[in-house]
Ligand binder design. Structure first.
Ligand SMILES: Cc1ncc(COP(=O)(O)O)c(C=O)c1O
Length: 384
């Protein structure tokens, strides 16, 4: 008889995005518009720095929270975005994935509820479940993916412990406006909850850059705010597994314990390179993504697929509601019938939508949209 494992794992599934991508990869000639990974490579000067560090035998245990040089550089980097965190309030993590684990684990007790505006990146629910908490979805699909004051209050309970906000968002690409952020701020004060800001796309806002996110607008709430960020998306460094988490010293000291017992530290010889990365100008990448976004929106509009204007990240999240088909079925048929892969909205706790990633070549985007258009025309024909 198999021994019993952690039963929190029973309800956890591997990422739906990877599942659909695996199917697409088995389909010859399929165009993949599924992954949230920049198509460019890490800058040469960043890569070279790893060689320099290895040559200098930077191969020993580094300080748990990250080297002072990198933490100072991160503190300055955040200051340029209007965030005030000293180097001692920053922990270098294995991507935003670890940062989010550390942040949520730090604030949660079993049974605590965590509000997540949906559609949302699936990781949050998994972390909440592993911490024996309750994931509470706040549906934003009827409010153009913005947070409505009333709706937020309606999901509150005495067990509400935190809210996770992702702006710009994966999968919608939408950035929270002033009213949404104000609603979260009021809520955080009235209900005494933590606000976990997933800022991994904050450098990738195409309209009105720099974007003023929650932590920047509400410095007075720093006793309940935790900022998670990453090198992955703006610097094309997904494979480096580097990110950071920042919070008031009282919270950072507790998070440091989790980080220390979970991973000890990130590798030593990538930390100088990470400093180089923060010197990179993200503006050219923003320009490229912006052009692609505008092209994608024009094409979706021409197909009659309504899409809330994404302010950043590299995703569009059009509605497929009018076809009256589950998003998973839509995506599986799209792969089989036309050879293009999108991610079902159901992977983000949102039915009636599909996610299209435009962080791939223009050639793939054009081919993928041509195929999507044929598929949509076919469905319309079948509907009469
Ligand atoms: C919203 C969001 N948060 C966090 C992550 C994880 O990023 P990292 O590669 O830094 O672990 C991702 C990755 O896709 C993401 O989309």
């Amino acid at each position: 008889m198999a021994l019993e494992l952690n039963d929190a794992l029973d309800s956890l599934q591997l990422s739906g995005i990877r599942r659909i991508t695996a199917k697409a990869k088995q389909t010859p000639g399929c165009v993949l518009l599924t992954l949230g990974e920049p198509d460019g490579n890490t800058a040469d000067e960043v890569k070279r720095e790893v060689g320099v560090s290895l040559e200098a035998n930077d191969t020993h245990y580094p300080p748990n929270n990250g080297k002072e040089g990198l933490r100072n550089t991160l503190s300055a980097h955040m200051a340029r975005r209007g965030l005030s965190y000293s180097a001692d309030e920053v922990i270098v993590t294995c991507g935003a994935t670890e940062a989010l684990f550390v942040a949520l684990t730090c604030v949660m007790n079993p049974g605590d509820e965590v509000i997540v505006p949906t559609p949302a990146f699936g990781l949050y629910e998994s972390i909440v479940t592993l911490n024996r908490g309750v994931f509470v979805a706040l549906d934003t699909s009827k409010t153009e993916f913005q947070i409505d004051d009333e709706a937020l209050r309606s999901v509150a309970s005495p067990r509400t412990k935190a809210i996770v906000i992702t702006s710009p968002n994966n999968p919608t690409g939408c950035a929270y406006d002033e009213e949404s952020l104000a609603a979260v701020a009021r809520f955080a004060c009235e209900h005494d909850v933590f606000v976990i800001c997933d800022d991994v796309y904050a450098s990738l806002v195409y309209d009105d850059f720099p974007y003023r996110g929650f932590a920047c607008r509400y410095p007075d709430l720093r006793d309940r705010v935790i900022v998670c960020d990453s090198f992955s998306k703006p610097y094309a460094m997904t494979g480096w597994r580097l990110g950071w988490v920042a919070a008031d010293a009282s919270i950072a000291a507790q998070m440091a314990k989790i980080h220390q017992y979970m991973v000890s530290s990130v590798p030593s010889f990538v930390q100088r390179a990470a400093e180089r990365a923060l010197e990179q100008d993200v503006a050219p990448a923003r320009g490229v993504y912006r052009e692609r976004r505008d092209y994608v929106l024009r094409r979706l509009d021409a197909m009659g697929l309504p899409c809330v204007h994404p302010a950043g990240a590299f995703y569009a999240f059009p509605s497929i509601e009018r076809f009256g088909m589950p998003s998973e079925e839509f995506c599986l048929r799209l792969i089989d019938e036309e050879g293009v892969a999108l991610v079902p909205g159901s992977c983000f706790s949102a039915e009636g939508f599909v996610r299209l990633s435009y962080c791939c070549s223009m050639e793939s985007i054009e081919a993928g949209l041509d195929r999507l258009e044929r598929f949509v025309l076919g469905l319309e024909g079948a509907q009469g």
